[in-house]
Design a protein around this ligand. Structure first.
Ligand code: HEM
Length: 458
């Protein structure tokens, strides 16, 4: 148990892999946990033997945050779960095809305007990144955008952030392994119950508002989901999806889609402060290739330097560093070791991305490793997991990271405010999401011809 309460679990589990190898076992109360620390071994379990390891361990506290395991991220593998995931993936893909690029472009432009308004003052940008990422997903899900002062958005975020933080805290995770502790007063647990109830109330209000509209809107995910549950009475295996599934899918998408992308952008800016010449190279590439206009996602193949930065950040700081725990659905094996049914599997993505057998100088920030001749290969990157449980938002977020980063680096030069002391601490704080410790930065506008408005006209 000691092993799992470590303050930076991904770093700790990675250090253990140097002692015990790419696959090792931990005992936690009555639970056996197997930790996988290399890309090949993780892929063996999640891709080659996906049907053996597509389960999720059920837990006392997980059931509380997931409506009894009825969401996608924490639901165990079953016919119902498969129908649910298929429904949501279909809705996400349909809405993404229709509007995702436009939605992200609009939010990226808006984010740049917000940063302009700082007029070169040092600021912590996490809240702005969070709002931008959140607006992408709430526009897709509900067809609604919010501004910074929106009470509805603030309430939703403070709830969701708090759930993620509380759920990642040792006060809560120990309750899963030691049932006797559930009988003792635990203020953190009481808080979790209150915040989950609040979250459900807010989501219900949004969904009720959607349902009270006269017209159906299949361009937003909610519309597509409601339509899907109407149609799906006669799917195979007689699975019946209901309003509860729409509710929990909404929670999945909003939680999954906000913190992760915002944390990633904040990491990128923090690392760039350490290597300003990388910023310059990305900026020069954007200027040369795009000749003044903003990029489209289809430009990515012509922007290798920018892509190398994105890959390196996904490698060094996978924002879901331990993915979400899997469970063996039947007896199986990994790397030749017998794995009994019900074993909990932790894919240590952070460890795989720092494996010295694959990555030269794995702890250094070196985007150039992904450029021709640099020795890095995207085949060994696995930030979104893999197989049946691969991140549901992977294609959404790849477009988001690309466009947001390109817009930001085209219009701003990020500078460390000397007066604010040392550069950001890059070790990070690891809960469910790996975040950089708070820091401030100056977003200095680039040349006037590249202002947000100018480019909009271009
Ligand atoms: C699951 C990474 C953004 C929705 C996951 C998993 C990882 C991950 C590692 C667990 C995979 C596994 O269990 O093996 C990331 C990263 C992101 C990101 C690095 C951003 C940089 C998003 C976004 C959304 C999203 C934008 C929603 C639009 C989900 C959902 C699951 C998931 C619903 C659960 C999938 C399942 O259990 O079947 N993500 N994610 N994620 N992610 Fe993401």
């Amino acid at each position: 148990m000691m092993e799992l309460t470590h303050d930076h679990l991904p770093i700790h589990l990675t250090a253990l892999s140097q002692r015990y190898g790419h696959i090792y076992r931990l005992k936690c109360g009555n639970t056996t946990i197997v930790v996988l620390n290399s890309c090949d071994i993780i892929k063996e379990a999640l891709v080659k033997k996906w049907s053996d390891f597509a389960g999720r361990p059920s837990s006392y506290t997980g059931d509380i945050v997931s409506g009894g395991g009825r969401n996608i991220s924490l639901g165990d593998y079953s016919d119902e779960w498969r129908a649910h995931r298929r429904l949501v993936l279909g809705a996400l893909q349909r809405c993404s095809q229709r509007s995702l690029h436009d939605v992200i472009e609009r939010q990226a432009l808006h984010l740049n305007k917000v940063l302009m308004d700082y007029q070169g003052r040092a600021a912590d940008l996490l809240e702005d990144f969070t709002l931008a990422a959140s607006n992408v997903i709430t526009t897709l899900v509900f067809g609604k955008e919010y501004d910074k002062s929106s009470l509805a958005l603030q309430q939703l975020h403070s709830c969701l952030n708090e759930i993620v933080d509380l759920w990642g805290s040792p006060w809560i995770s120990t309750l899963d392994s030691f049932p006797l502790l559930r009988k003792l007063p635990n203020p953190v647990f009481s808080r979790l119950l209150r915040v989950v109830a609040r979250r459900d109330e807010i989501i219900r209000k949004h969904l009720d508002q959607y349902k009270s509209q006269d017209t159906e809107n299949e361009n937003v995910i909610t519309g597509s989901l409601y339509r899907g549950i109407d149609k799906q009475h006669n799917t195979e295996n007689g699975v019946l999806l209901t309003d509860v599934h729409v509710h929990m899918a909404t929670v999945d998408l909003i939680i999954g889609g906000t913190e992760t992308a915002a944390a990633w952008l904040n990491w990128t800016v923090a690392f760039l402060l350490y290597r300003p010449e990388v910023q310059t190279k990305v900026y020069e590439e954007l200027c040369t290739v795009l000749e003044g206009r903003y990029p489209k996602y289809s430009d990515r193949h012509r922007l290798p330097v920018l892509c190398s930065l994105i890959h390196e950040m996904l490698r060094l700081r996978p924002v879901a560093p331990l993915a979400v725990a899997h469970k063996a659905i039947r007896d199986s094996s990994i790397a030749g070791y017998f794995i009994p049914k019900n074993t909990v599997i932790i894919p240590n993505l952070f460890g795989a991305h720092h494996d010295p057998a694959v990555w030269t100088d794995p702890y250094s920030f070196r985007p150039e490793r992904f450029l021709e001749g640099g020795g890095g290969s995207t085949r060994s990157l696995i930030p979104f997991g893999a197989g049946a449980r691969v991140c549901l938002g992977e294609s959404v977020v790849k477009m988001e990271l690309f466009l947001f980063t390109a817009y930001l680096l085209r219009d701003f030069h990020f500078v460390h405010p000397e007066s604010e002391g040392p550069l950001p601490d890059l070790r990070g704080v690891a809960s469910v999401v790996l975040k950089v410790k708070p820091y401030t930065v100056i977003a200095r506008p680039r040349a006037v011809t590249h202002s947000a408005e100018g480019a909009q006209l271009a």
